[in-house]
Design a protein around this ligand. Structure first.
Ligand code: F6P
Length: 363
């Protein structure tokens, strides 16, 4: 990847292109009949264990409860190491009713592949989600859902993340439909809402980028706390990971109720707080926003709720089906490339890159 010209001037990061492509690939997923056919084959499971690293894990955390609600199933989400050592409950599950889902955009993350191999040996059925056909992840799965979102040659994933979210949501919606918990009308309504939200992402990008420029958002950023609840708890994990990967700085995440149990003590006027408010804990979110402002602690409240205009409250439209998750995560992805570039940094610069070879992160 080329990020600097000979003059030393920064080039626009490839991440912008990936973020711009996102709506196209998300709409493709919604329109691809293949997904429904695959999900029909795994609809009868009543328990799901999901295993993934990094962003893929964060997406699963966001959507696990959604799948439970739609398909009336138990859903557990683990990172690979935690799965290996702490997911003891899977030993007591009925193998015929338990589906193991492995997610890896690249299809090459060693940890998740190892767990899936172990689960296959134990006789569990595997559904894999990947962007890379014929990757190790693809060949391991009994069934596979593909992102079909082309190459994402960037350390921090953006379009692939949102495709993961959407495929997981489809598992919930279609399984619920095949089991009779979600009606045909409801499926249509959810799809309509999702399509409207996705089609709106492009204009959301335009307006948010000009807001970021006007505010020089993140110009003094040395760390960031990303706080949210409900479906946005996974978005917090993703927000802190994105900024950590692209700014290469310390980042934190929490839910808003936990935030006052110690984390708040580390804040000062150099801290940055990003509040992700989808209405789940609206009052507490707004109170926290007001408190931080009164202490001159830089805070940005991203919200799908209605508030009177304020400089550091950024509104997104309210979409009931997914609590506006695609809009909220889009803004986070934009921040994660905008802020490093504002600092003159390439979001994909080398930062201990050799460590992943040293510990064989990928096969
Ligand atoms: O989904 P994959 O390809 O297994 O990758 C998992 C994670 O690994 C990273 O590339 C960093 O190692 C993250 O950006 C990504 O979310």
């Amino acid at each position: 990847m080329i990020h600097r010209m000979r003059s030393g001037k920064m080039l626009r990061s490839i991440m912008w292109q990936y973020i711009e492509e996102e709506p196209t690939y998300l709409l493709n997923i919604l329109n691809n009949p293949e997904n429904k056919e695959v999900i029909q084959k795994v609809k009868d499971f009543d328990t799901i264990y999901i295993c993934a690293h990094g962003s893929s894990y964060n997406a699963a955390i966001s959507v696990a409860s959604f799948i439970s609600d739609m398909a009336h199933v138990r859903v557990y989400v683990y990172t690979p190491s935690n799965f290996k050592h702490n997911a003891k409950s899977i030993n007591y599950e009925n193998k015929d009713k338990t589906l193991v889902i492995g997610i890896s955009e690249t299809g090459t993350s060693r940890g998740v592949l190892e767990v899936l191999e172990q689960m296959k040996d134990k006789g569990f059925t595997l559904l894999t989600l990947t962007n890379v056909k014929d990757s190790p992840m693809d060949t391991l799965g009994d069934y596979t859902l593909y992102y079909h979102c082309d190459e994402e040659d960037s350390n921090a994933k953006t379009k692939g993340y949102s495709c993961t979210l959407l495929l997981l949501m489809l598992i919930g919606i279609y399984s619920g439909y095949f089991k009779g918990f979600v009606s045909n009308e409801e499926v249509k309504k959810y799809f309509e809402e999702l399509k409207n939200e996705i089609k709106n992402l492009e204009s959301l990008m335009d307006s948010f980028v000009s807001w970021l420029k006007d505010a020089s958002y993140g110009k003094d950023m040395k760390d960031i706390y990303v706080i949210g609840d409900g479906m946005q708890f996974g978005s917090c994990l993703e927000g802190q990971l994105k900024l950590m990967e692209t700014m290469c700085m310390p980042t934190m995440f929490n839910d808003i109720l936990e935030f006052s149990h110690g984390m708040h003590r580390s804040l000062n006027t150099f801290s940055n707080v990003l509040l992700l408010d989808d209405g789940t804990e609206k009052e507490l979110m707004y109170k926290t926003y007001q408190y931080l402002k009164s202490k001159q602690i830089p805070v940005l409240l991203i919200t799908n709720q209605s508030y009177a205009y304020e400089d550091y409250i950024y509104p997104v439209d309210l979409y009931h089906v997914d609590h506006s998750i695609f809009s909220i995560i889009y803004l986070i992805q934009i921040i994660s490339v905008f802020v490093p570039e504002l600092h003159g940094l390439d979001p994909n610069r080398d930062a201990n890159n050799d460590y992943t070879d040293f510990v064989n992160t990928r096969v």
